[in-house]
Write a protein that binds this ligand. Structure first.
Ligand SMILES: NC(=O)c1ccc[n+]([C@@H]2O[C@H](COP(=O)([O-])OP(=O)(O)OC[C@H]3O[C@@H](n4cnc5c(N)ncnc54)[C@H](OP(=O)(O)O)[C@@H]3O)[C@@H](O)[C@H]2O)c1
Length: 334
């Protein structure tokens, strides 16, 4: 392992054109500094939120990555060299690192965690990963779903959304999943077992939601924009909107305009709350205990959309953001 291949962010991408913005480069392995850990990557997590890190917006929850740096994201692999005794060589770990064969991280800054080595490692990006933590906090606490209530989830066939649907069902809710295209709505009905699946590209979303007597009690929003406008007038009184993401806006690097039906917040006495899972990292053991119980019981599962090879990362990333991937998009690196 003399050489490290890595993706470098050369310029701000336009839309989904990542090939013009990132380049695959090589460098010799550098000597580790005190406290650093080198990871041999097994999987990279493709996350919609990282599209914002590539863009120019400075008012986001995280400053944009400077140009010329290695692209960052969640990585999973084995420690192959360590200057931190808490993470000895051979430990299976997950954390924020570089899109690279051999990311180098400072464990505290990377949120590095040692992982259960006895299960399929992909589950640490699936049912036990950050998307799952997000879905659990969002559905159970921010959307505060209760048994018998109606929960709507957008980008429902994606990594976070498919888990949010299942968590809603596990908590006793009736679940409506919104996704793009008939294959995804079939997947939602047959594999995720939602009560109602809506294809936002073909169906009248607001019209279908209007058929729910009394309205929907909670909305786990991954998308923002027009879908939020379709849901708001169909919320029940005292409904809750958990604002998880606004993927409709990421490729254009612009802020979404406020919801056209903001009046509904007063008329229905709604609560709208944004949340960000890195604010909850210290709660990992508690979140994992619940997620793992559901995983073992067979009521929480992830489907993986795998692309093989670090050199194919941009294809995997584009598949995820353009809606071609089902479930959790991963790159298998080694
Ligand atoms: N708050 C947090 O801490 C946190 C943590 C993790 C993720 N998130 C958010 O969760 C959301 C999903 O992220 P993910 O990483 O799990 O990705 P993902 O859902 O696996 O993939 C993104 C999905 O977004 C959908 N999409 C893309 N453009 C769209 C548009 N214009 N309108 C409607 N749907 C669109 C696509 O599905 P379709 O085929 O259905 O269009 C695609 O599958 C993102 O908004 C992300 O920022 C938030």
């Amino acid at each position: 392992m003399a050489v490290n291949r890595f993706w470098q962010l050369d310029r701000r991408p336009q839309g989904l054109d990542f090939a013009s913005a990132l380049s695959l480069r090589e460098e010799p392995l550098a000597t580790l500094a005190e406290g650093e850990v080198r990871i041999a990557t097994q999987y990279l997590s493709m996350d919609a939120g990282t599209r914002m890190w590539m863009g120019p917006r400075t008012d986001g929850y995280q400053p944009p990555l400077p140009l010329g740096v290695k692209m960052q994201g969640l990585v999973l692999g084995r420690v192959c060299e360590s200057c931190d005794p808490a993470f000895p060589e051979g430990t299976l770990v997950r954390g924020f690192g570089q899109w690279a064969d051999y990311p180098v991280v400072m464990p505290a800054l990377a949120g590095l965690e040692a992982l259960d080595d006895t299960i399929d490692p992909r589950e640490h990006f699936g049912t036990l990963g950050m998307n799952a933590w997000t879905a659990l906090v969002g559905v159970r606490e921010i959307a505060a779903i209760r048994p018998g209530e109606w929960l709507v989830v957008s980008a429902a066939a994606g990594a976070t959304g498919s888990l949010a649907c299942q968590i809603g069902r596990n908590l006793g809710a009736r679940v409506i999943g919104i996704a793009g295209g008939p294959a995804k709505t079939r997947y939602l009905r047959e594999e995720i077992a939602v009560d109602i699946a809506i294809d936002y590209r073909a169906d009248d979303v607001a019209g279908l939601l209007a058929a729910i007597p009394g309205g929907v009690h909670a909305y786990f929003d991954n998308v923002g924009g027009q879908l939020l406008d379709a849901v708001l007038p169909n919320m029940a009184h005292y409904g809750r909107v958990a604002v998880c993401g606004m993927v409709a806006a990421y490729a254009s690097d612009t802020a979404l305009p406020g919801p056209a039906r903001f009046d509904q917040v007063l008329m229905k006495r709604l609560r709208i709350e944004g949340f960000f899972i890195p604010d909850h990292l210290e709660r990992g053991p508690e979140l994992i205990a619940q997620l793992d119980a559901w995983r073992r019981a067979g009521t929480l599962a992830s489907r993986f959309d795998e692309t093989i090879g670090l050199e194919n990362t941009l294809e995997a990333y584009t598949r995820m953001l353009s809606g071609k991937a089902f479930g959790k998009a991963l790159v298998e690196v080694g």
